[in-house]
Design a protein around this ligand. Structure first.
Ligand code: IVH
Length: 703
């Protein structure tokens, strides 16, 4: 409900309120303003969306009851707050509004009933709605004058945003000029509005890059998109491959849209990207079905959505309904329940990782979050624990978003009994009792002991993992046994293992032991990039390992490279270069590499060379959800036979392989007459090629 839609309680309560009400309103306003500042200006929110919504709803309710106490510039009357000094302010000609929320079908039905009443329609009338996915990104406003992009801005506080034209121009899907087919007319001026977002795939790529270069990773794709849009250097934004969908209009001169459906169709015609998953629904019932379908299918999308936006389709009806202070009355956001639940912190324990980093972990009373039982959540480090003030015994809100590790969002302080215990990071390693160190400027505390048994165990686990030497059969348990018995103290020891050694272990039969030994043997000729990654050099992830391997071509050359030579390599930053040089300068590394060599570890350099060239000169675009493999795997398969894999469809594209719910790329392929094939047809096509007649999809395809 909004401050302008009086509740039935309003009449009974006096508008002036008590001193306590006044103070609460001030407190809530301050909290919301601060949250807005962190969210909009700093791009680093500290409270969850759910917590924010709760504060906002309480304030809206209080202002409804005591309208006299509402501040003139109350945050309920603004959409956000704060414009950073870095970018020039831009006044939106028409304010950028926000949406009211409906949680669930009942609220949606009530919302519809109100619209019917407001429009003076018969109670059982049916309104036509345009239902769209609610993209979880950042809204932007693009001003086009006679079809030319003249300005691009953030939403800011709704009235004034920031000029980020230079950054927006780098986004491939944003047209510099609108396209008017057959000389049709374009508006003299239009504020095109939509959402800039980052796909899951790009988010994973950026975070991996951040990790490899020692930078701070982003918590979710939305933050990554926000961080990328607010770069002072547009080349950084350009390297982030942001995406966008357009869905609404601000000011518009010289053109009239009839409906939301008309607007979307026109935008598409003009070359503005719109989301293909839109449906016209008659009445709340059909809308509910659309929302339920996308609640279920949400995971298939390559980007995040946080609900469905339901808009009255006819612009004539929209005008009639108008708006209240912060939101249009013709639209509502149907929100899905947050993937957040409450549970209790039973203990906080510290884990030691392969680099010696001590990570506090909250052990929780097991609870189901979005269908998965969560019993542990990372607390990251001592600073995070202090910031959130998490104590043993606390009731906390935990959140699971996509594939991300569950985390503690906030403490429910109202539930505190006073018995909760404040946690302090240990000053000694919980495994080997060595005094921990905290490098200056770092939040992480580390165990410096190179012989710490847990570090060794984790290093071995990393060395044998899928992305590294891929030694199947050596799981967590086996690594623990191998290292705790002292049989394996570093990766070279793996290549000395015998049948006898392995048979001494629990639940280890001859069959499993043979398999492990065969796999260890096979790993001797893994590609160089995998060995490099497996060594666990700080800041060297899978991608930089590949870059290094293909640049230098041999392990010897990498070991001898200077910091300057390393950092001259494209995509290897200064921190990574320093870390590599330090690692190889260490006599212990030299000793390890010598022993690996003596034991027959002879990494191969593939440099991504195709295993055959049947598809040379062909370009593939994979789109939609594939059933048998991930998109990256399909791309790797195509490359294996000499093809190129691209992210966008053009006349140069040879084939578009379309999976489930393929969207705009499929449409574009059809428009351009590019052949579209199914995943099975693609597999069929390559089945007769080169080395593997039947690609084994369980194998790693990135060799
Ligand atoms: S329409 C006047 N449509 O949701 C209302 N908004 O909470 C204009 N959003 O600020 C918004 N997908 O950033 C609309 N298909 C969609 C959307 C969408 C995401 C965002 C947008 C807006 C926020 C409102």
């Amino acid at each position: 409900m909004t401050p302008h839609e009086p509740s039935s309680r309003e009449a009974q309560i006096q508008p002036h309120g008590t001193e306590a009400d006044r103070l609460r309103i001030l407190e809530l306003s301050d909290q919301i303003r601060h949250a807005n500042y962190l969210y909009y200006t700093q791009s680093s929110p500290e409270i969850s969306d759910a917590a924010y919504d709760k504060l906002m709803q309480e304030l809206i309710r209080l202002e409804e009851i005591f309208p006299d106490l509402a501040e003139v510039d109350s945050p309920t009357r603004r959409v956000g707050a704060g414009v950073s000094a870095t970018f020039q302010p831009v006044n939106h000609r028409v304010p950028m509004l926000s949406l009211d929320n409906a949680f669930g079908d009942d609220e949606l039905r009530q919302w519809e009933e109100k619209r019917i009443r407001a429009l003076g329609m018969e109670p059982d009338s049916v309104i036509e709605y345009a239902c769209e996915l609610k993209i979880d990104g950042l809204s932007v406003s693009l001003t086009y004058e006679n079809g030319r992009l003249v300005c691009g801005a953030t939403r800011g506080d709704g009235d004034t945003g920031e000029d980020i034209t230079a950054n927006l121009r780098t986004i491939a899907v944003i047209p510099m000029r609108l396209h008017a087919p057959h000389g049709e007319s374009l508006p003299e001026l239009i504020e095109v509005r939509g959402e800039v977002f980052m796909s899951h795939h790009e988010f994973a790529r950026i975070n991996q890059e951040m990790e490899e270069s020692g930078g701070k990773t982003f918590a979710n794709p939305r933050n990554a998109a926000a961080g990328s849009l607010r770069q002072k250097d547009p080349t950084i934004t350009a390297s982030r491959r942001l995406d966008a969908f357009f869905y609404t209009v601000g000011a518009c001169e010289g053109y009239t849209f009839q409906s939301q459906h008309d607007l979307l169709a026109t935008y598409t015609k003009w070359g503005l990207k719109t989301n293909p998953n839109i449906r016209l629904c008659c009445g709340a019932e059909e809308v509910s079905q659309f929302c339920a379908t996308w609640h279920e299918r949400k995971g298939e999308l390559p980007y995040d959505i946080d609900g469905v936006v339901v808009k009255v389709n006819s612009f004539a009806l929209q005008r009639e309904l108008g708006q209240v202070s912060r939101s249009p009355r013709w639209a509502i956001a149907y929100k899905y329940p947050a993937l957040q639940v409450r549970t209790k912190v039973e203990a906080i324990e510290v884990q030691v990782g392969r680099t010696g980093a001590l990570t506090p972990v909250a052990y929780l009373t097991p609870v189901a979050v979005a269908g998965v039982i969560v019993s542990r959540a990372t607390l990251h480090n001592q600073d995070e624990i202090r910031r959130k003030d998490v104590r043993v015994g606390d009731t906390v809100v935990v959140q699971r978003a996509g594939e991300v590790i569950p985390e503690v969002v906030e403490v429910v302080t109202a539930e505190r009994s006073g018995e909760e215990i404040v946690f302090e990071m240990p000053t000694e390693c919980p495994i080997c009792s060595t005094r921990v160190v905290q490098p200056e400027g770092e939040a992480v505390v580390r165990c410096p002991n190179p012989l710490c048994p847990r570090k060794i165990e984790q290093q071995i686990e990393h060395f044998v993992s899928r992305g590294a030497m891929d030694i199947e059969g050596l799981g967590e348990k086996q690594c623990e046994q191998l290292t705790s018995t002292g049989l394996v103290r570093d990766p070279a020891d793996l290549y000395k293992l015998t049948m006898e050694n392995l048979l001494g272990f629990e639940r280890m039969g001859e069959k499993l032991a043979t398999r492990i030994l065969t796999n260890i043997n096979a790993s001797r000729t893994r590609p160089l990039a995998r060995l490099l990654y497996g060594l666990g050099i700080r800041h060297v992830g899978e991608h930089s390992a590949e870059v290094l391997a293909s640049h230098f071509g041999s392990l010897e050359k990498i070991t001898m490279a200077s910091v300057e030579e390393l950092s001259a390599v494209h995509e290897i930053g200064a921190t990574t270069a320093q870390s590599i040089a330090t690692y190889f300068a260490d006599p212990e590394t030299a000793d390890l590499l010598n022993r690996l060599k003596e034991l027959g570890v002879n990494p191969q350099v593939h440099a991504g060379a195709p295993s055959s060239d049947e598809l040379a000169g062909k370009t593939f675009v994979f789109t939609g959800t594939l059933a048998k493999m991930k998109r990256e795997e399909a791309e790797a398969l195509a490359k294996r036979y000499g093809a190129r894999a691209s992210g966008s469809v053009s006349k140069q594209t040879s084939y578009v392989v379309a999976g489930e719910s393929a969207g705009s790329k499929l449409t574009k392929a059809q428009q351009l007459g590019v052949p579209v094939i199914t995943e099975d047809e693609f597999l069929e096509m390559i089945s007769g090629f080169g080395d593997s007649a039947e690609p084994d999809l369980t194998l790693d395809l990135f060799d």
